[in-house]
Write a protein that binds this ligand. Structure first.
Ligand code: ARG
Length: 592
């Protein structure tokens, strides 16, 4: 369906032409003075130079043509030459009815969808998910949903960290604690046990212990480094152990991501890129992209226009070991080979900005990607506590994501039970749903690159710019619709058939206008990879809905056609809000 701005633009362009000016001047935008008008056209300003005429005169000519045009309720030419436009109630109703018939709610799908890989999550195997991983999961999931909705072929890849020293640390620690395990028996030729020698909670204790120890105990650290190297060179027993670590850890990670309503199309790991490294290194050497620098193999990535120093991208250390960089470059090769992405987006802590600059430049310079492959670093800021410092537990430790979620669930449950008596089972379920909205909206409503304060009190509030407020609004609409259906016995299909009439009141029109903003909001969010644009939009829409609700007797309206129109308007608002939160990665309960 045609977009509202294009629709209005057509009318105004035609008016420019009829008034003797060129058509292209008739572009219409959303008003930046909502107190004066709903839409505006600045074409007369641009026309002034072309026609050597005062812009206000051109605007007046066009306004005269538009007088009586049934698309507009009013058209005003105001100095220095703006056209201030108000939409006619009929045109608005027509647009809303069309939007209502469209399963995509008016949002156009791109003609040619791109293949986009979104690298997010970034959890590390055998380490518990902590709040640092929350932002990547929440933002990445939303970006993926927005792009998918716009018609792109999106592939989310969790890109697990499973290849570093952490593996050697765990192996070395296990070796000490359980030396009799067959994995450590160099003469073992049989099959290894199918059952892992640890549970997830044991595993999660092993890592922090081992990590702490390696900082104090030189000999232990050397053991861990050796084990890492042996693992990487294919030590049979360590490989088997590593597989156990992966299996146990991934099962737990999946559970955690599930509870965040986050899912990945690919569960690739750093280790999956390793087989690509030898060829990559050969290629970089052969083609002269890489050179030796003090024994290390590096690719220069500095550019003349740089204002700060961009160090070379290191491919191999002088001892021949590969690095985090090497893995990321090999991952790019793997992705190009298998999925041929047009665009790869990395949703990672913004402190890795310089790092990704190096990786991207190296990938481009060495032609690991096509000339038109887009590489985007979507860096996010730190999630801070109320003290402005990175979010910690009460005793100052790293907050586990699971505990953070449990805390918010509890807080939400308390609030829900405070509000009304509820069936305990149901209340717990609802609390979880609302808590998820609190956590995700609290994060997504901020521009990703900014640090933000995780304020439990604020995020869980039912008032203000919060997830619970949006859900509360949705539940309010659902409850009205339910009552209407109970009273009239109308089916869902019958409800969907109801028509929206031209708005009679101020708040009704404002709600309708707000609904027309859905398409531009989604398009902008997709263009800028910015979920906060969706938050801003649905918050405004929720406010308009609540304003309308307070001003209007909906169910007790006596004129039946009017009442039906209200119901249709509510239903459309509900669909837009639900589509909006789905793009953000959460959902609403039926009651709360
Ligand atoms: N595992 C890394 C970490 O915890 C994040 C990985 C980000 N993605 C990437 N392709 N490097 O910091």
């Amino acid at each position: 369906m045609e977009q509202i701005l294009d629709l209005l633009g057509n009318y105004v362009s035609e008016a420019f032409e009829l008034a003797g000016y060129e058509k292209d001047l008739g572009k219409v935008t959303i008003s930046n003075r909502p107190d004066l008008c709903e839409y505006q056209c600045n074409g007369a300003m641009a026309g002034a130079k072309r026609y050597h005429k005062a812009p206000v005169m051109i605007a007046q000519d066009v306004a005269q043509v538009l007088e009586g045009c049934d698309a507009f309720e009013s058209v005003q030419a105001v100095p220095p030459g703006f056209l201030n436009l108000k939409l006619s109630a009929n045109l608005l109703a027509g647009y809303l009815n069309e939007m209502k018939e469209d399963p995509r709610l008016g949002v156009p799908a791109v003609e040619q969808g791109k293949t986009v890989i979104i690298d997010y999550g970034g959890a590390n195997v055998a380490k518990p998910l902590h709040v640092g991983h929350l932002r990547s999961a929440v933002i990445g999931e939303s970006v993926k949903r927005i792009l998918r909705f716009l018609g792109h072929h999106t592939i989310g890849d969790v890109h697990l960290g499973d290849w570093g020293l952490q593996m050697g640390l765990i192996i070395a620690q296990l070796h000490e604690e359980q030396p009799d395990l067959p994995y450590f028996d160099e003469n073992w030729t049989g099959a290894y046990p199918e059952e892992a020698p640890f549970t997830i909670s044991e595993l999660e204790q092993i890592y922090p212990q081992a990590s702490k120890r390696s900082k104090e105990d030189e000999a232990f650290r050397a053991e861990a480094l050796k084990a890492t190297e042996q693992l990487q060179h294919g030590h049979r027993g360590y490989r088997a152990l590593w597989q156990h670590i992966l299996d146990v850890s991934c099962a737990d990670l999946k559970k955690n991501y599930d509870s965040l309503n986050v899912s990945f199309e690919l569960w690739k790991k750093e280790s999956d890129a390793q087989p690509y490294i030898p060829d990559l290194v050969d290629y970089l050497k052969r083609e002269g992209y890489a050179h030796l620098d003090q024994g290390a193999l590096v690719v220069d990535v500095a550019e003349e226009s740089d204002t700060k120093k961009i160090p070379p991208c290191m491919i191999l250390k002088s001892d021949g070991a590969s690095l985090y960089n090497t893995t990321d470059l090999a991952t790019i090769v793997m992705r190009m080979e298998n999925w041929k992405p047009d665009h790869i987006i990395y949703v990672v802590d913004k402190r890795q900005d310089l790092y990704f600059t190096q990786v991207f430049r190296c990938a481009r310079k060495a032609k690991l990607v096509n000339g038109d492959t887009q590489l985007t670093f979507l860096g996010f800021g730190t999630m801070n506590g109320k003290d402005g410092k990175p979010f910690k537990t009460r005793d100052g430790g790293v907050m586990r994501l699971e505990n953070l979620i449990a805390d918010i669930d509890e807080e939400m449950l308390r609030k829900i039970c405070e509000n009304h008596e509820a069936d305990p089972e149901q209340a717990r379920e609802t609390a979880k749903t609302v808590a998820l909205s609190a956590i995700k909206y609290g994060d997504l409503s901020n521009q990703a690159s900014k640090d933000y304060v995780f304020d439990v009190e604020k995020f869980t509030s039912f008032e203000g710019n919060t997830g619970p407020y949006i859900l509360y609004t949705i539940v309010r609409i659902k409850s009205i619709l339910r009552k209407y259906q109970e009273e009239t016995g109308r089916s869902d299909e019958a409800l969907a058939d109801l028509k929206i009439l031209a708005p009679a009141g101020e708040s009704e029109k404002a709600l309708g206008l707000s609904l027309t903003g859905f398409t531009p909001a989604v398009l902008l969010a997709g263009e800028e990879l910015a979920p906060h644009k969706i938050c801003g939009y649905i918050y405004e829409l929720a406010n308009q809905l609540n304003h309308f609700y307070h001003e209007t007797k909906i169910l007790t309206e006596s004129a039946e056609a009017q009442r039906e129109s209200y119901i249709a308007l509510l239903l459309l608002t509900l669909r837009v809000l639900e589509c909006g939160i789905d793009l953000l990665g959460f959902f609403a309960p039926d009651k709360m």
